[in-house]
Design a protein around this ligand. Structure first.
Ligand SMILES: Cc1cc2nc3c(=O)[nH]c(=O)nc-3n(C[C@H](O)[C@H](O)[C@H](O)COP(=O)(O)OP(=O)(O)OC[C@H]3O[C@@H](n4cnc5c(N)ncnc54)[C@H](O)[C@@H]3O)c2cc1C
Length: 440
């Protein structure tokens, strides 16, 4: 531990971004307190503050790497707890832009487990750190300011409604997309960050299923993405406890119905016949669950000239990505690493340095997603020449990736955030795009 006079840090919000930030802070502060409004369950149980947990949550390849470096051995523990780890693309089927990626051994293993199990296992690891305390049933009403600097967090313990001040050298806001950091800042006379939005009009409907093991499909994960003219798709994946999760997504108002029979008809619009058969043969567990997501939202904290000392913001509170790309938790992992790097080089100008690093993480992901969204004519938005050319190139590559294992692997690495989207324009891939396109 390198604390160098840093006594206490407080993290607001105990979901993935808050837990990961706490892990980073624990290497630098004598004490780290995580404040969470919900009552935290002992095990993998859904809770009110994370309603999206009922829906499919992928742990991208990059997140698997970061989680295992922050918490050594955690991925093995996921497997012991029942997570499935299909080999991409031998045991997982991806259909992107209407084309199925070639069946090839990429050497990469996906991690599939339910969001509550993932979060509860990360939380257990964070709670086991000797200098971290997680306080649940405790709501923050905002940072505490002294002479324009944040010096702690105001909280209210939900049992009894007792208010308290938790003093802190650093407060990290990880209260998610609907967190109130912007209001807290403007109330103190600080400017609000500019916001970028992409209206995607998404609805998720998720049904858990139990499968007859004899009817198990050849792959442990099947993902079909939207295409122009059909802005919907689904993912069907094995999880712990012998359960399968079917998450159906529709964009631009083309929403899946929550009625089980009508949902099957909706899935039939995009599901290959063999997959549809196994879904139909499965036994539903509980009722379908619905989640609406109107727009991707990015807050440009990196552009603010004035920002209080002693505070940073992380996770979905900075950027809430279109969930169909499954990147939010990976970006939270990368932001935790960035926070670690920033703290390792001192406290001076911490917030500006952190927001600048976070922006370099968010930028390529946001741009790539915007391109993907705008490839669908159903999504509103400007399509400058660059976007149109990029989308034509990506569509061409997706067609080639049906047969070309190198291009298919390149997609898997970019989608998994192991590589930036620019990896798709490296000379080797560019050449395949040209030659592959010509030969077909
Ligand atoms: C439908 C859907 C599907 C998704 N699928 C994926 C996926 O496949 N892969 C992926 O990586 N990401 C996915 N995401 C994104 C992912 O859920 C988030 O990126 C992730 O949860 C990290 O968010 P966070 O911790 O910043 O905020 P959140 O998860 O929103 O958590 C905020 C926390 O703060 C607490 N809180 C809020 N206000 C207060 C307060 N005043 N005081 C105390 N506590 C407070 C809340 O109770 C909650 O625990 C998906 C999102 C949605 C909506």
């Amino acid at each position: 531990m390198t604390t160098t006079g840093r006594e206490q840090a407080v993290v607001l919000g105990g979901s993935m971004a808050g837990l990961l930030a706490a892990r980073a802070l624990a290497d630098f502060y004598e004490r780290v307190i995580v404040v969470e409004r919900d009552e935290l369950p002992a095990g993998p149980v859904h809770r009110k503050g994370v309603p999206q947990s009922r829906h499919y949550h992928t742990v991208l390849l990059r997140a698997g790497q970061v989680l295992d470096s922050l918490f050594p051995g955690l991925v093995d523990e996921f497997v012991e707890a029942g997570a499935s780890m299909p080999n991409l693309l031998l045991e997982a089927r991806f259909r992107l832009g209407g084309y199925q990626l070639a069946t090839v051994d990429t050497g990469s293993l996906a991690i599939q487990l339910s969001r509550p199990l993932l979060e509860s296992m990360v939380r257990a690891r964070v709670a086991a750190l000797t200098n971290v305390k997680i306080v649940d049933n405790c709501e923050t009403t905002g940072p505490h300011f002294t002479d324009g600097r944040v010096t702690g967090a105001n909280v209210v313990y939900r049992a009894g409604g007792r208010p308290d001040l938790l003093e802190a050298d650093l407060v990290v806001d990880a209260t998610g997309r609907s967190g109130r950091a912007v209001a807290w800042l403007t109330e103190q006379g600080y400017p609000a960050p500019a916001e970028d939005r992409i209206k995607v009009g998404i609805a998720y409907v998720t049904q858990l299923l139990r499968l007859d093991p004899n009817l198990r499909p050849a792959q442990d994960m099947i993902l079909v993405g939207p295409v122009p003219g059909r802005p919907n798709g689904f993912v069907y994946a094995a999880q712990e406890g012998g359960r399968w999760i079917l998450t159906v997504v529709g964009m631009a108002g083309d929403h899946p119905p929550a009625d089980p029979e009508a949902l099957l008809e909706f899935v039939a619009r995009s599901a290959p016949p063999d997959v549809l058969d196994t879904i139909k043969a499965a036994e539903p567990i509980g009722d379908p669950k619905v989640h609406k997501f109107p727009a991707s939202l990015r807050r440009r904290y990196e552009h603010l000239r004035r920002f209080p000392e002693g505070l940073i913001v992380t996770g979905d509170a900075i950027c809430s990505f279109n969930p169909i790309y499954g990147q939010g938790m990976t970006v939270a992992c990368l932001e935790a690493e960035a926070l670690h790097r920033c703290l390792a080089t001192g406290d001076t100008d911490l917030a500006h340095r952190f927001f600048a690093e976070a922006a370099t993480i968010v930028d390529p992901v946001w741009q790539f997603n915007a391109g993907g969204d705008l490839a669908l004519p159903e999504i509103e938005g400007d399509r400058p020449l660059r976007t149109r050319l990029t989308n034509r190139y990506v569509a061409r590559l997706q067609r080639i990736a049906q047969h070309d294992p190198v291009v298919a692997n390149a997609f898997i690495r970019v989608i998994g955030l192991l590589e930036p989207p620019t990896a798709l324009t490296r000379p080797g891939i560019l050449a395949r795009a040209l030659l592959g396109g010509r030969s077909r």
